[in-house]
Design a protein around this ligand. Structure first.
Ligand code: C5P
Length: 237
């Protein structure tokens, strides 16, 4: 396969393909936290995340959510539509935890009365700062109508994902999405949806089944990522 590496990321590399409208994502056996300050090689993680995100994106496609995912082509690789990524991390929260509780002094685990959307500016040098809609407009990252579109899509995706995780006895606490513009200039869901980018709590035990295990040094992440994959696969059977 003729390809060049276009971008080396913390969790995946992006390669070109012979088709100019298609990219190949290679999921890495690597975990990072604190914007890359904590970093470890973790064998098997790339494969699990490729499988988990592929399953979730194909489910979202079935439910009418347009996205960049095309197909998984090997253990760690998938093909996606080429998009121009909008440099925003769109975070949606259903339950208070993480940076939300630290920033606002809200009690950990508080159920939020409505989903709360936040934006972070994707910029490693600035440590992905929290920004508001005026900042987005000022920095010319997206127009007001594009921001409205991102929020609408994030809320719809939240509904679908909540149902999906509910069906495997997992609470979707919060998550991060990224969007990009496709070749028709349409804004579509991109990047990945995995336990790296979501907080997932087991409904019976309350245990974290996500990257918080790594962030907080609570143990091995492979068994919990495998648990999420197993439950998603069993659901589809
Ligand atoms: O750390 P914080 O509470 O702001 O994270 C909110 C959500 O966004 C979590 O699900 C986390 O996994 C995700 N996130 C992410 N990538 C980042 C920051 C947060 O996937 N760079």
């Amino acid at each position: 396969m003729v390809s060049t590496i276009l971008y080396q990321g913390k969790a995946k590399n992006v390669h070109s393909t012979e088709d100019k409208d298609v990219l190949r994502l290679e999921y890495l056996d690597q975990a990072t936290a604190l914007n890359g300050k904590k970093k470890d090689a973790i064998r098997g993680k790339g494969e699990l995340n490729n499988q988990i995100t592929s399953l979730i994106f194909s489910e979202l496609t079935k439910q009418g959510i347009k996205n960049h995912w095309l197909e998984s082509i090997s253990d760690k690789e998938q093909l996606v539509k080429k998009v121009e990524i909008i440099p925003l991390e769109v975070v949606l929260r259903n339950i208070a935890t993480g940076s939300f509780t630290k920033r606002l002094g809200v009690k950990e685990g508080t159920k939020l009365p409505f989903p709360i959307i936040e934006f972070y500016y994707k910029d490693d040098e600035l440590d992905d700062p929290f920004i508001n809609e005026d900042h987005i407009k000022y920095l010319d990252i997206a127009s007001e109508s594009e921001v409205a579109n991102l929020k609408k899509q994030a809320l719809e995706i939240n509904q679908k994902l909540q149902e999906l995780f509910q069906s495997i006895d997992v609470t979707l606490v919060d998550f991060k999405l990224e969007f990009g513009k496709d070749t028709f200039n349409e804004i579509i869901l991109s990047d990945e949806i995995t336990p790296d980018t979501c907080r997932l709590w087991d409904q019976k035990t309350g245990q974290s089944l996500d990257k918080d295990i790594y962030r907080k040094d609570l143990g091995e992440i492979i068994p919990v990522y495998q648990e999420i994959l197993n439950r998603l696969e069993e659901r589809g059977e």
